[in-house]
Design a protein around this ligand. Structure first.
Ligand code: ATP
Length: 195
């Protein structure tokens, strides 16, 4: 069975950018956030969310994800409820995906909430991507149609870099992308991946 590298980092740290680099090196990459979006289109998941959050969360038979995000990222209890619906579905989806890639030496599981979800306990190697807080906020404001307050709500719903780093096998500082890629190459060498 393939060994699993858990890849995480706070919002705007550059996890997906790093995950894409790993994928370009032919390492299978699973993006938990994309899987979450996918399962949230399933009728049974939409129904379960509607039951907890009310009809106002539905627009043309689809979830209004922006509205949902606004609710859950300022209320930890609501976030817990949403996660209790979405996480088991993602877990199933990942199991199927992993089975398809079982012959690989390593696969990567990328998630912003690897620690918060407790998922990290199931993985073989943990990598955390870091960047200064203001850099992360600036990146997200440039990428998304969102406000500083919303970004801060999300940051406050996640672990801090210090907490993540303390539990990681490897830390990738992602300020200058070339240096971050160099660091990845060094880590892959240590793990004897793609050598
Ligand atoms: P989220 O948790 O919100 O999904 P993320 O950690 O996956 O964020 P990315 O989406 O990879 O972060 O990066 C956030 C934004 O910052 C993107 O627009 C990306 O292109 C940009 N970015 C990532 N790394 C760098 C870098 N080293 N230099 C400049 N811009 C970067």
């Amino acid at each position: 069975m393939a060994k699993i590298i858990g890849l995480t980092g706070g919002i705007g740290s550059g996890k997906t950018t790093i995950a894409n680099y790993l994928a370009s090196l032919k390492i299978p990459v699973y993006i938990a956030d994309d899987a979450g979006k996918k399962v949230m289109q399933k009728p049974e998941i939409i129904d379960a969310i509607r039951e907890k959050f009310g009809d106002g969360i539905i627009e043309e038979n689809q979830l209004n994800r922006a509205k949902l995000a606004e609710i859950v990222f300022k209320d930890p209890e609501q976030l817990k409820i949403l996660n209790s619906i979405v996480h088991p579905a993602v877990k199933e989806d990942f199991k199927d995906w992993l089975n398809k890639h079982r012959d690989a030496d390593y696969v990567v599981y990328e998630s912003a909430i690897l620690f918060e979800s407790g998922n990290y306990k199931n993985f073989d190697v943990i990598m955390t991507v870091t960047a200064p807080l203001e850099t992360r906020i600036a990146r997200v404001l440039q990428r998304d149609n969102t406000s500083r307050e919303q970004v801060l709500n999300r940051i406050n719903s996640q672990w801090t870099d210090e907490q993540r780093v303390a539990k990681s096998d490897f830390v990738i500082e992602n300020i200058e992308i070339g240096l971050a890629k160099q660091k990845i190459d060094e880590i892959l060498k240590i793990l004897s991946i793609n050598q």
